[in-house]
Design a protein around this ligand. Structure first.
Ligand code: GLU
Length: 295
């Protein structure tokens, strides 16, 4: 595919904290189908920036599951663990622009002090005697975007509550920083992801603003919840996807996304289901809800 004509680059960006569950398969499938339907490219990025939460073998397990479900990516996998120098350069750029400060406060003390920082918090120099995080100076601002699925979204950020961490005390890079850095670097134009990340979007928009780079388009699809109404997640032990049941898994994921499969394809092989799904994908049919009950 020629890069010159690409107007759509999407991605799936799992954190390797465990195998894929049904909810993450639905998110991967939606971002893949939206990219393919729009003749775009689809990338996979492993967001392995938190060694404390990483589960050994999870990355390769996730990639194998994607392949079994016919979710084939276009470029070599990117691993965020190999991107430290890019994240450092971005932090430096933000620091020079006056968007960061060094913060030794723990989450606990901030909550106890209603979000007020200690006098040791310093915009310019970290205190040599204490460990510190680097935070982003959030402004009181109304961030709005036109979500491709949910329509107009607006979130008010406030200085006190939303000064998010971009580099953690332990020295790890934070999700908001890494995700924006890589979405920019990989020239991502469309982000289709679960609505559990809706409230991260304003922080990410604040970073794009600070860097004076136009943000990609967003579509936040419903997360899948269990019968108790909890979002399927690795934390609440959502069962992992069985590769042996790829065809059934895809049928259930398409049903959750309200893409009704013709009867002739029920129980067809995964590749036939996917050929139909690419051709017939319609983002408009996806439920405009934050959560739907899955299996
Ligand atoms: N790595 C994030 C997660 O697994 C997703 C990042 C994103 O799609 O922006 O929740």
């Amino acid at each position: 595919m020629s890069h010159l004509n690409i107007t759509y680059r999407g991605r799936f960006a799992p954190s390797p904290t465990g195998p894929l569950h049904f909810g993450s398969l639905v998110a991967a499938l939606a971002s893949f189908l939206d990219a393919r339907k729009n003749k775009g490219e689809w990338l996979v990025r492993i967001e392995d920036i938190d060694p404390l939460r990483e589960v050994p073998g999870a990355s390769s397990n996730i990639l194998r599951t994607l392949e079994h479900h016919q979710l084939f990516w276009d470029e070599p996998i990117r691993y965020q663990s190999s991107r430290s120098s890019a994240y450092e350069s971005l932090i430096e750029k933000l620091r020079v622009g006056g968007f960061t400060y060094y913060c030794p406060c723990s989450r606990k003390t901030l909550i106890a002090n209603n979000g007020s920082h200690s006098p040791e918090c310093n915009p310019d120099t970290p205190s040599p005697s204490t460990s510190f995080a680097i935070r982003f100076h959030t402004q009181d601002h109304l961030y709005s975007w036109s979500d491709l699925l949910l329509g107009q979204q607006s979130f008010l950020t406030t200085k006190q509550a939303d000064e998010f961490v971009i580099k953690r005390k332990e020295g790890f890079y934070a999700y908001q920083l890494a995700v924006v850095c890589d979405d920019i670097d990989q020239r991502i134009t469309h982000i289709v992801r679960g609505s559990d990340l809706l409230d991260s979007t304003p922080s990410q928009l604040a970073l794009y603003d600070a860097l004076d780079i136009p943000p990609p388009q967003f579509a936040h699809i419903p997360v899948i919840s269990n019968s108790e109404g909890q979002k399927l997640s690795k934390q609440n032990r959502a069962p992992s996807i069985s590769n042996a049941l790829a065809s059934q898994n895809l049928q259930q994921a398409l049903a959750a996304l309200k893409q009704p499969l013709p009867e002739t394809l029920i129980n067809a092989p995964a590749n036939e289901i996917m050929a139909w799904a690419i051709e017939n994908w319609s983002l408009d049919q996806v439920p405009k809800r934050h959560s739907i009950q899955g299996r």
